[in-house]
Design a protein around this ligand. Structure first.
Ligand code: PBG
Ligand code: ZN
Length: 330
């Protein structure tokens, strides 16, 4: 009698389950975000209230933190800068002595093998908190696309000059991958890859990040440049555009709430995909775990394996270092 499927046969022991396991997590999949602050206080280490376990760090504190993480097996970081002063045009983003440029130089000097990704955007550096510049005297506060491209290109080149291994534009201006690609090539960085935030939604899950990066828009919101959470066909067009403009790696962001999008991108395009498990996804898990409502390790690993299963290769996650430290992922 062979009338029903006995799925349990292959679940009988840990080794058997491991043998039939279809996806796995490896240290090389993980990218850890860091927030580095321009400050005179080398001991500056400010906890981010809405992201328990994450900190704004001085350059010196970042050095310690990254040193520990490298020992634990971390392969890659993505850097966000918080400048001492902001202005209308985000000059801190493309300053040779900008905080991210300094952090990149410090990390590459200490750990040349570590893959350093530079988030390329203006919002942490503009006084108004938008990802692009705003026309002088514009009372409506429209974010200008084409004049922003030039500044993003400058930012990318300054990051590459500092030694960044990968440039990751997160602004969602149209044409920025092409503008950055051309500028990098012209400056002699034709081998520097672009990791584009290709499919980036206007998400409430970025809330804690904006506390961390002090980058909340002072007026309006980002919905004229980031994508409508209701759309998926539009994601196809955004991916297509970034492929044509010459991006090398493609981010879907946020990750968990958009796993259908990750799967569709995996099935539709033959390109390396990264999922960004954003600040709000991190905070939700932390909050429930801190209340004792869920098993932190189990939920973290389930959330990450879900992203792999959906089709992402790389995962940008605030859990990266913890997962290595605790031995959850090797
Ligand atoms: C900046 C940027 C944001 C994030 C990454 N790069 C915030 C935003 O677009 O408002 C969000 C990351 C996170 O929430 O963890 N453009
Ligand atoms: Zn931005």
């Amino acid at each position: 009698m062979n009338s029903f499927h006995r799925g349990r046969r292959l679940r009988r022991s840990p080794i058997l389950r491991e043998m039939v396991r279809e996806t796995s997590l490896a240290a090389a999949d993980l990218i850890m975000p860091y927030f580095v602050v321009e400050t005179d206080d080398p001991a500056f280490r400010q906890p981010i209230a809405s992201m328990p376990g994450q900190f704004q760090l001085s350059l010196a504190e970042l050095e310690k933190e990254v040193g520990e993480a490298v020992k634990l097996g971390l392969r890659s970081v993505i850097l966000f800068g918080i400048p001492a002063a902001k202005d209308e045009v985000g000059s801190g983003a493309y300053a040779t002595e900008g905080i991210v440029q300094k952090a990149i130089r410090m990390i590459k000097k200490n750990w040349p093998e570590l893959v350093v990704i530079a988030d390329c955007c203006l919002c942490e550096y503009t006084s108004h908190g938008h990802c692009g510049i705003i026309a002088m005297g514009d009372t409506v506060g429209r974010v200008l696309n084409d004049s922003t491209l030039e500044l993003l290109a400058r930012t990318a080149v300054s990051q590459a000059e500092a030694g960044a291994d990968i440039i990751a534009p997160s602004d969602m201006m149209d044409g920025r991958v092409l503008a950055i690609r051309e500028a990098l090539d012209e400056a002699g960085y034709e081998e520097t890859p672009i990791m584009s935030y290709a499919v980036k939604y206007a998400s409430a899950y970025y809330g804690p990040f904006r506390d961390a990066a002090e980058s909340a828009p002072k007026f309006g919101d980002r919905r004229t440049y980031q994508m409508d959470p209701a759309n998926v066909q539009e994601a196809m067009r955004e991916m297509q555009a970034d492929i044509e403009e010459g991006a090398d790696i493609f981010i879907v962001k946020p990750a968990g709430p958009y796993q259908d999008v990750i799967r569709l991108m995996r099935d539709s395009f033959d390109v390396p995909l990264a999922a960004y498990q954003v600040s709000g996804e991190y905070s939700l898990i932390c909050a429930a775990a801190l209340n004792g409502w869920i098993d932190r390790k189990a939920v973290v690993l389930e959330s990450l394996i879900g992203l792999k299963r959906s089709g992402a290769k790389m995962i940008i996650t605030y859990f990266a270092v913890e997962a290595l430290r605790e031995g959850w992922i090797r």
